[in-house]
Design a protein. Structure first.
Length: 177
């Protein structure tokens, strides 16, 4: 990456970042760096991906990060899991999403629960889910009038019947077995 002043990074700089190693994200020109996640994070992410993929209709597809969401040249986010239109083959980044899912861990909690919902709402992503594998809790946010509204908070063996972006039944406790 080139030497830059804080707040001056663009998505062009991310093109020069290595594909392996830390996760690089960009918020208003500021580079965010996060590192490998825990075993519980990976298990929950895998279970969520399999569960969503099994219910996903043909016009959508479910993919894991490190695929980037780039709605403009000063914002690049790497969701843990994303649902997007099943269009052409995507190599490294997309600019349209139907659902973002983040699996929180202690090092990403504030970013996932405070910063990212605001950014995805501004970018017009219809739904944002936050799954906490330690608490076995799923928080479902849906876009209404430009901001996210809490649609549901379910935990343990409670059931969430999703409608957006497609019908799927989620039981948080089933995602961490």
């Amino acid at each position: 990456m080139r030497p830059v002043e804080p707040g001056e990074f663009t998505v062009a700089d991310l093109e020069l970042a290595p594909d392996e190693g830390p996760r690089y994200e960009l918020v208003d020109g500021v580079l965010l760096v996060t590192y490998m996640s825990s075993t519980i994070h990976q298990r929950a992410l895998g279970a969520l991906m399999l569960h969503l993929a099994s219910a996903c209709p043909e016009h959508l597809k479910v993919l894991p990060g490190p695929l980037e969401f780039r709605p403009n040249d000063r914002l690049a986010l790497v969701p843990d899991l994303l649902v997007l239109p099943n269009k052409e083959h995507v190599m490294r980044w997309v600019d349209e999403l139907a659902l973002v899912v983040e699996v929180v861990v202690s090092t990403t909690r504030t970013v996932d629960q405070v910063l990212k919902p605001e950014l995805y709402a501004r970018a017009g992503v219809p739904a944002y889910w936050i799954f906490d594998p330690v608490e076995e809790e799923l928080t479902v946010l849906e876009l209404a009038d430009g901001s996210y509204q809490v649609r549901a908070v379910v935990s343990g063996n409670d059931v969430f019947e999703a409608e957006l972006p497609f019908s799927v039944r989620i039981v948080p406790a089933d995602l961490i077995e």
